[in-house]
Design a binder for this molecule. Structure first.
Ligand code: NAP
Length: 453
C-alpha cells in the first residue's frame, strides 16, 4: 500500500512511500532477535559510548532533521531545533546515569547475600505519535538501549521520514544492525508485530483510542505495556499570582507546538479575584501570536499537523459555543491549509467538549471558580491525569495545591515539561507506566530478586 504525507503549511504532497510487506517485517524481527543477545551482553560503558555518538549524530544533522520535522508535521523551526537538542541531551544523560540506575541493589534479609538485579527483556515495540516526532522516540529509546533492550518503531503515518532519520542517526553512530529499526507499517500490521513471540513488550504514546486497542492486544498476549495517552491539564491561577509570569506561562504552555502537546495547559481554572485581569491579559498576549510559515523565524504559531485534526478541533469548539461557551479570540479556522488561530473560550462549564474532552490544538478554555477549594475540585473533575500547574505568589500554598492534583506531574509557577531527570507519565485515562529518570529505565526490565542462602 502507498502512503502519502502532506505538508501542513502548504497542503502539498511531501512524500510517498510503500508500506512494508510481510517479508520485510520478518527480516526486521529476525535481525532484532539475533541482535539482542550481543547487544545486552555488551558492557554498559560501550553502550553508553555508542549512545553519546547517537547524540552527536543528531547534533550534526540538526538542520536536516529540522526541515523534515517542519515539512512533515509543521513544527516551527526554533521548536524543532530545541526538540533535537533535547534528544541529544537525553542520550548524554542516560549514557552518564544508566550505570547508577542499573546497579544491583542489595537487600538485607537473613540470606548470606540477597539483592535486586535489573535484566533487559528483549525487543520492545514503540508506537509513537507525530507531535514531538523525535523526542517521543528518544524519550523511550535512550533508556531502552542503555537497559540492553532492542527496539522496533512504528511511527505515526504522517512522519515516516522522521522515523528514517532516527534510524540513520543510530546507524551512523555505529549502533549494530538489528538493535533498532523503523517499521513502515499500518496499525493492523503493528498488531501482528505485537503478537509475534520475538516482541517482548510495547510502549504507546498516543490517543485513548489507540491505547485501548494496543493495551487490549498486549493484555491478550500477556505482554508488558506502557501507555502515555492524552491529557487535559489544569492551569490553576490563584488570586495572588504574578500576572506577568502567569500570562507568559499560559501562552507558552497552551500555544507552543500549535497546542498539540499532551502536557499543554488546556483548562485555565481561574479564581474570581484575578479572573478578569488574567483573561484580559491572556487574550491580549495570545492575539499577538502570528500564524504562518513554520520555516519562517518570524512565525510564532505553527499550523496544526493535519487538516483533519484542525477540522475535528473546530467541531469541538463549535459544539462548546453551541452549549454556551463564549469565544473571546479566534475560534474560526484560518484560510491556510491546516492553520487554526490562537483561540480562547470563556465560561466553559461541564457538558461542553471544552470541559470534558482533550482539545489538541491552539484553543484555551477558561473555567471560572470561586476559590482555591473549588479550583482543586474542578482541576480533578476530569477523566485525564497527565500534568497540572498552579500559579501563586506563595510557594507553600502552591505546593499544598500541587499535592492535591490527581496527575503524574504537578508544577508550581512553572510550565509543565518533560525532563530526563524526572519520571513522566499519567494517572486515570492518561495512561500508566513511566518514562524517563530511573523509573523509565526500569519499565522494560526484569526486576529480579537473587537470594543466596
Ligand atoms: P494516535 O492517533 O493515537 O496515534 C499515535 C500512534 O498510534 C500512531 O503511530 C498511530 O499510527 C498509532 N495508532 C493509532 N490508532 C491505532 C490503533 N488502533 N492500533 C495501533 N496503533 C494505532 O494519536 P496522535 O493523534 O498521533 O497523537 C495525539 C494524542 O497523543 C493526544 O491524545 C495526545 O495527548 C497524546 N500524547 C500523549 C503523550 C504522553 O506522553 N502522554 C505525548 C504525546 C501525545 P497511525 O498514524 O498510522 O494511525
Amino acid at each position: 500500500m502507498t502512503v502519502e504525507t502532506i505538508n501542513p503549511a502548504t497542503g502539498k504532497i511531501e512524500y510517498t512511500l510503500e508500506l512494508m510487506d510481510a517479508a520485510a517485517i520478518e527480516a526486521i524481527l529476525a535481525a532484532s532477535a539475533s541482535a539482542f543477545p550481543q547487544w545486552s551482553a555488551r558492557p554498559l560503558p560501550e553502550r553508553g559510548d555508542l549512545l553519546r555518538k547517537v547524540g552527536a549524530q543528531l547534533r550534526i544533522r540538526r538542520d536536516d532533521i529540522q526541515k523534515i520535522m517542519t515539512a512533515e508535521m509543521g513544527k516551527l523551526r526554533k521548536e524543532a531545533l530545541a526538540e533535537i537538542d533535547k534528544c541529544a541531551d537525553a542520550c548524554d544523560y542516560y549514557a552518564e546515569h544508566a550505570a547508577v540506575y542499573l546497579e544491583d541493589q542489595p537487600i538485607a534479609t537473613e540470606a548470606s547475600s540477597s539483592y535486586v538485579r535489573f535484566e533487559p527483556i528483549g525487543c520492545v515495540l514503540a508506537v509513537m505519535p507525530w507531535n514531538f516526532p523525535i523526542w517521543q522516540v528518544f524519550r523511550f529509546l535512550a533508556p531502552a538501549l542503555m537497559a540492553g533492550n532492542v527496539a522496533v518503531l512504528k511511527h505515526a503515518s504522517n512522519v515516516p521520514r522522521c522515523a528514517d532519520v532516527i534510524a540513520e542517526a543510530l546507524r551512523d553512530a555505529g549502533i549494530p544492525p538489528g538493535v533498532f529499526a523503523a517499521l513502515h507499517i499500518d496499525n493492523d500490521q503493528a498488531a501482528d508485530v505485537l503478537r509475534d513471540k520475538r516482541v517482548a513488550a510495547v510502549t504507546l504514546t498516543g490517543s485513548e483510542r489507540a491505547g485501548r486497542s494496543i493495551a487490549a492486544n498486549a493484555g491478550d498476549q500477556l505482554k508488558k505495556c506502557v501507555m502515555e495517552l492524552g491529557g487535559s491539564d489544569a492551569f490553576v491561577v490563584l488570586e495572588d499570582a504574578d500576572l506577568d509570569k502567569t500570562v507568559a506561562g499560559a501562552v507558552a504552555s497552551r500555544f507552543g507546538n500549535a497546542g498539540q502537546t499532551c502536557i499543554a495547559a488546556k483548562r485555565f481554572i481561574v479564581v474570581e479575584g484575578i479572573a478578569d485581569a488574567f483573561v484580559q491579559r491572556f487574550v491580549e498576549a495570545a492575539a499577538r501570536l502570528e500564524l504562518g510559515d513554520p520555516q519562517d523565524e518570524a512565525t510564532t504559531l505553527a499550523p496544526m499537523a493535519r487538516q483533519d485534526l484542525r477540522d475535528e478541533l473546530h467541531k469541538q469548539v463549535q459544539a462548546s459555543i453551541a452549549r454556551g461557551a463564549k469565544p473571546l479570540l479566534g475560534c474560526e479556522p484560518s484560510a491556510s491549509y491546516a492553520g487554526y488561530p490562537a483561540s480562547i473560550l470563556d465560561a466553559v462549564v461541564p457538558g461542553m467538549p471544552a470541559y470534558e474532552e482533550e482539545l489538541f490544538g491552539p484553543v484555551a478554555s477558561i473555567l471560572r471558580v470561586a476559590d482555591e477549594a473549588e479550583a482543586v475540585r474542578v482541576a480533578n473533575d476530569t477523566t485525564f491525569g497527565l500534568g497540572g500547574s498552579v500559579w501563586t505568589g506563595d510557594r507553600e500554598r502552591g505546593n499544598r495545591v500541587a499535592r492535591q492534583l490527581q496527575c503524574g506531574a504537578a508544577f508550581v509557577n512553572a510550565v509543565v515539561k518533560s525532563d530526563a531527570r524526572l519520571p513522566f507519565g499519567g494517572t486515570k485515562r492518561s495512561g500508566f507506566g513511566r518514562e524517563l529518570a530511573e523509573h523509565g529505565i526500569h519499565e522494560f526490565m526484569n526486576i529480579k530478586s537473587v537470594y543466596v542462602a
